[in-house]
Write a protein that binds this ligand. Structure first.
Ligand code: ATP
Length: 383
């Protein structure tokens, strides 16, 4: 589909009396979020978020529950006043504008549809509020419903639709006003696993087709990795790292980000020495070489390893025999079959529990040899 073609001419013939921002204002270069903060009493829900978003970019705000993701989104939408900082759409300061004057499209977790209005009237509601003429509304609503593949359901009430279909209505309603920016707050978290995957692909497709700037809140690492051009990881209201998915995955800036990027093996060990970028560590019966992610000055360091980075083989070795660094022997304690591979909890001989993934068929009780490349062991300073 031609990007934004169904919607692109709409603003031109609009009969809006006092128009809120519409399609034409998507032609901005940057949304600049400059050190925005929001306190609730003594709680700093969001502290100095600093982010410049290019037009058309897909940004994911990622972090655990209570880290400030929704607060950040609501501040950008104008639903929450800022405690500090400013927001700019190019040279226009917008943080003091009411939400409707910012004109951003919103998609919420609970869909927030009008139950007594048909799908068509739900999607057209924002256009009606903007005083757009009826024939123009019909044209734009049809285009939006086609984009989310809901033409056949246009005259139904939301209560007769599945959760995934209702969320498509919510997405159509957000895009039909041709907002400069679309804000999505955990839009998929009410859907079951299969539907979530389907809708994720759908959101990706819609973003590819329309090229709308999107800010997307999620606590799901996979969603953020698969959708976003850049991910912002938040923890306790503070920005931990901003970067493309590949960068956060391979080089998390700190342990919080590593945890969020699926580094499930996190262990504090003694730091023996540092040679160049390599750290040599020992403890808990393990001897490991890894990459120092930051300047390691204390006698201890914390290592992070992803389950996928641990290679598993059957063990062929006598207990207590010496073994090379980065090799660990143990026994399969718990095996989860995941379809393509197995997720294995391995109890190392030293008593440490490690998580590994392997396509090799493993059963509980198997004796195993684990090996991990030094490049895949990340060493951080203790918190
Ligand atoms: P979740 O994923 O659970 O929705 P979140 O990352 O979106 O969490 P926020 O809802 O932004 O987190 O909340 C951040 C912090 O601000 C939390 O400590 C929360 O308790 C607090 N908070 C949020 N809204 C309010 C409010 N209206 N009044 C007081 N405290 C609030």
């Amino acid at each position: 589909m031609n990007p934004s073609a169904p919607f692109s001419a709409a603003g031109e013939s609009s009969g809006s009396k006092k128009p809120a921002p519409s399609g034409r204002e998507q032609n901005f270069q940057q949304l600049r979020i400059e050190k925005i903060s929001r306190n609730f009493g003594a709680t700093a829900a969001l502290a100095a978020l600093d982010l410049t978003i290019r037009s058309g970019e897909f940004i994911a705000l990622l972090g655990p529950s209570g880290c400030g993701k929704s607060t950040a989104l609501n501040c950008i939408a104008g639903l929450l006043p800022l405690t500090g900082g400013t927001i700019w759409l190019d040279e226009r300061r917008i943080d003091q504008l009411r939400p409707e004057r910012r004109g951003f499209g919103m998609v919420f977790q609970n869909y927030a549809l009008f139950p007594h209005l048909t799908v068509r009237r739900n999607v057209g509601f924002g256009l009606k509020m903007r005083g757009i003429p009826g024939n123009e509304i019909r044209r734009r609503v049809d285009a939006a419903l086609e984009l989310v593949q809901l033409q056949a359901h246009a005259d139904k009430l939301p209560g007769r639709l599945s959760g995934g279909q209702q969320q498509r209505v919510a997405i159509a309603r957000a895009i039909v006003i041709e907002p400069p920016v679309i804000l999505m707050d955990e839009p998929l978290s009410n859907l079951d696993a299969k539907l979530r995957l389907e809708m994720r692909a759908e959101i990706k497709r819609i973003h590819r087709d329309l090229g709308r700037t999107t800010i997307y809140v999620t606590h799901d690492q996979d969603e953020a990795l698969s959708l976003a051009d850049r991910i912002v990881v938040l923890n306790d209201g503070r920005t931990q790292q901003i970067g493309p998915p590949e960068e956060l995955y391979a080089k998390p800036a700190n342990l919080q980000v590593a945890r969020f990027m699926g580094y499930r093996n996190i262990l504090e060990l003694d730091l023996e020495r540092v040679e160049g970028s390599f750290a040599f560590l020992a403890g808990s019966g393990l001897q490991l070489q890894g990459i120092a992610q930051e300047c390691l000055t204390s006698k201890r360091a914390v290592i992070a390893i992803r389950p996928d980075d641990i290679a598993i083989e059957p063990a062929q070795r006598k207990i207590n025999e010496a073994h090379p660094r980065n090799v660990i022997f143990g026994q399969a304690e718990l095996v989860e079959y995941c379809g393509r591979d197995y997720l294995v909890d391995v109890l190392a001989e030293s008593g440490v529990l490690l998580h590994a993934r392997t396509p090799r068929r493993i059963v509980t009780g198997d004796r195993l040899r684990l090996a991990v490349s030094p490049e895949r062991v990340l060493a951080f300073s203790p918190a």
